[in-house]
Design a protein around this ligand. Structure first.
Ligand code: ADP
Ligand code: MG
Ligand code: MG
Length: 351
């Protein structure tokens, strides 16, 4: 029997366009002999539209808006369309950032009661909030970049006091970043104190909490992880940005913005250490299905530090996440099958 699956894509998020690329790849590579596919597009405003007779010949999925094709959700029952509950037994939420990757959607899917790919509400939220993720990892004894977090209202109340606090605590350069964005949205490298206030203001446009960290002179190493309670890792990859750091332009706009080096050139000990930390970091914040764990390898001290974990990383067939799996023989279509399996009810608790 074929599985009826829905791909959710787009989303009310700064990473909306990235999702259109990821979802297009997922749609094209899901094995049509195994899956009947429904597409549900979510607009930037957060409206859900059923996509009829979609075509997906390009690299990016579109969202057709048709007021007669709005979706409704019935708690405990599923997804309703034109007065009927759709026969959908699994969802691939291929959404990045807010309202897709941050746990809100996962909670909603739990309430409508359809199993889905990837982390649940807790794992998604903990991973998205870079401060909470680091607090948990520190508690587990895992190495993280030192940080402080600042709340928006304290900044608004007294920006000069916050500025003084940061200047007392850190040497420049530093990084200023919103706690819950992805794709480097709102992230700045600040080289001197006169650039601090604009960087803070910019970051607070995206979030009510902002992290301050020392800029690490580092190689950026990434590790794909799949599974539930006993996660597996793959060969590691390295990102070598040609920009000052791996910013939004380097990620998506400038075709020469970064080199993806697969596999990363590292010693056996470094590889083992990074994979072990990746597995522990994944388990510590309750990730399920799949994630990409990102590291800094400090060039000056040779030490490994966790940077962040992405529960729905860039997900095309040529994204770092899937290419690392392919490097070790797990091709993209088979990877999608695995992620489908890991999302199934009982299996999810056991594996
Ligand atoms: P995002 O979730 O948006 O990818 P990151 O924390 O990974 O957020 O930051 C984006 C990029 O900014 C990183 O890939 C890296 O290039 C740079 N960066 C972030 N924090 C630091 C830091 N403390 N030191 C050096 N570079 C950093
Ligand atoms: Mg991220
Ligand atoms: Mg990142």
């Amino acid at each position: 029997k074929k599985h009826n699956v829905a791909i959710l894509y787009g989303g009310k998020s700064g990473e909306h366009d990235v999702s259109l690329l990821s979802a297009s790849s997922v749609e094209r590579h899901l094995d049509k002999k195994k899956y009947n596919i429904h597409l549900i597009g979510i607009t930037l405003e957060g409206l859900w539209y059923y996509q009829h007779n979609y075509t997906n010949s390009s690299q990016s999925l579109e969202i057709v808006r048709d007021e007669s094709k709005l979706i409704s959700l019935i708690p405990g029952k599923g997804i309703m369309y034109h007065g009927q509950i759709l026969d959908i037994d699994f969802i691939f939420p291929i959404l990045h950032g807010t309202f897709g990757e941050d746990g809100t959607l996962q909670g909603l899917l739990d309430i409508i009661d359809i199993p889905y790919a990837g982390s649940g509400m807790e794992g998604s939220f903990m991973a998205m909030d870079k401060e909470y993720a680091k607090i948990v990892w520190e508690k587990e004894g895992l190495p993280v970049v030192p940080f402080i977090s600042i709340k928006k209202h304290t900044f608004i109340d007294n920006p000069n006091e916050i500025e003084k606090q940061i200047n007392n605590k850190f040497n420049y350069p530093i990084f200023v970043k919103p706690v819950k964005t992805g794709s480097s949205v709102g992230v700045s490298r600040v080289d001197s104190s006169d650039k601090l206030l604009p960087a803070l203001k910019n970051a607070f446009n995206y979030d009510h909490k902002v992290l301050i960290e020392p800029a690490i002179n580092a190689r950026e190493i990434e590790c794909s992880v799949i599974g539930n309670n006993y996660p597996k890792t793959f060969s590691l990859g390295e990102i070598a940005p040609s920009h000052e750091f791996y910013d939004y332009e380097a990620k998506y706009i400038d075709p020469n913005g970064a080199k993806l080096i697969i596999p990363a050139i590292l010693t056996e000990n470094q590889k083992e250490e990074i994979k072990e930390i990746a597995r522990k970091a994944y388990i510590a914040i309750n990730c399920k299905g799949f994630s990409r764990v990102d590291f800094f390898l400090d060039i000056d001290t040779n030490s490994v530090m966790l940077n962040e974990i992405n529960t729905i990383p860039g997900f095309t067939n040529v994204s770092m996440f899937s290419m690392l799996c392919a490097e070790d023989g797990l091709n993209y279509s088979d990877l999608l099958d695995k992620i489908f399996e890991y999302g199934q009810g009982k299996y999810r608790e056991q594996q």
